[in-house]
Design a binder for this molecule. Structure first.
Ligand code: ZN
Length: 268
């Protein structure tokens, strides 16, 4: 069985001074500073491909450097909506990375009105910039959209031919329909193992197999039964097992489909 963690932040589990401080603080607190160990543990669980997702220009550079000499790792470069207030110079810096080898996506990018760490106008500007970067390099997008789909759809629909995934999808059935109509993929992670919302589980049951992707968002969103500890790519296998029970489908079928979906979106 070969699984793909389509969204993790293990490149931040190093002591470098640049990169995603939020993720690094979590790795540090747990004294997890050996990303190669995390990769090995993932391989033990059949997770043979990992996408290391950048959240700022520095963090994206770290991700790109990290994956160059690691055969199981690939990078996505992006400016997280929380960081959108960093502005145009940050985006220009991000764009200079785009031609590097082993970059398989742009993101995570999007809109987050739940935390609103950046003004909406900056979030939209950063999102549009990254969509256009993805078009220029013919790459798929990794979207982070929280409490913001009403503003996201008009932006998305103002472009043609975009490909991508809505990572960590937990939104309504209405927005699930909209993303499926647009050919987007649905990224499912450990949240589903501990959500209290039956409607989120019901949505996850109805996602067509050919649109599902597995992810961890490690070090965040640790699945049951490891709540209270930090997350790692090996736990993609737990998300898989949970989905198999939830959807009443053989794990093998979900594994095959999600890996094929990841291949189609990121690795062709
Ligand atoms: Zn993430």
């Amino acid at each position: 069985m070969q699984l793909v963690d389509t969204h993790c932040h293990i490149h931040s589990a190093q002591l470098e001074l640049t990169g995603d401080e939020t993720a690094r603080a979590v790795w540090l607190r747990a004294n997890q500073l050996e990303p190669d160990r995390l990769v090995r543990r993932a391989l033990d669980q059949g997770v043979t491909r990992l996408i290391c997702v950048g959240t700022s220009a520095d963090d994206s550079r770290l991700a790109v450097d990290f994956v160059q000499h690691r055969s199981h790792c690939w990078a996505s470069i992006g400016l997280h909506p929380h960081e959108a207030k960093r502005g145009q110079a940050e985006l220009e810096q991000l764009a200079t990375l785009a031609g590097q080898p082993k970059i398989v996506a742009i993101g995570e990018c999007g809109l987050d009105y739940f935390y609103s760490h950046s003004p909406k106008i900056d979030q939209e500007r950063a999102l549009r910039f990254q969509i256009e970067l993805a078009q220029e390099y013919n790459l798929p997008l990794i979207f982070h959209i929280r409490n913001a789909f009403d503003d996201f759809w008009p932006i998305f629909d103002s472009y043609q031919g975009l490909r991508g995934v809505v990572h960590s999808f937990t939104d309504t059935h209405h927005n699930l329909d909209k993303l499926l109509e647009r050919g987007l993929f649905v990224g499912i992670n450990g949240i589903m193992t501990f959500t209290k919302h039956e409607w989120q589980l019901e949505n996850t049951r109805t996602v067509p197999l050919n649109r599902l992707l597995l992810e961890t968002d490690a070090p965040f969103l640790t699945p049951v039964p490891f709540r209270g500890r930090i997350n790692e790519p090996a736990h993609v296998a737990l998300v898989l097992d949970f989905l198999a029970r939830l959807r009443n489908e053989p794990a093998k079928i979900i594994a095959t489909s999600t890996t094929q979906n990841a291949r189609q979106l990121f690795f062709t």
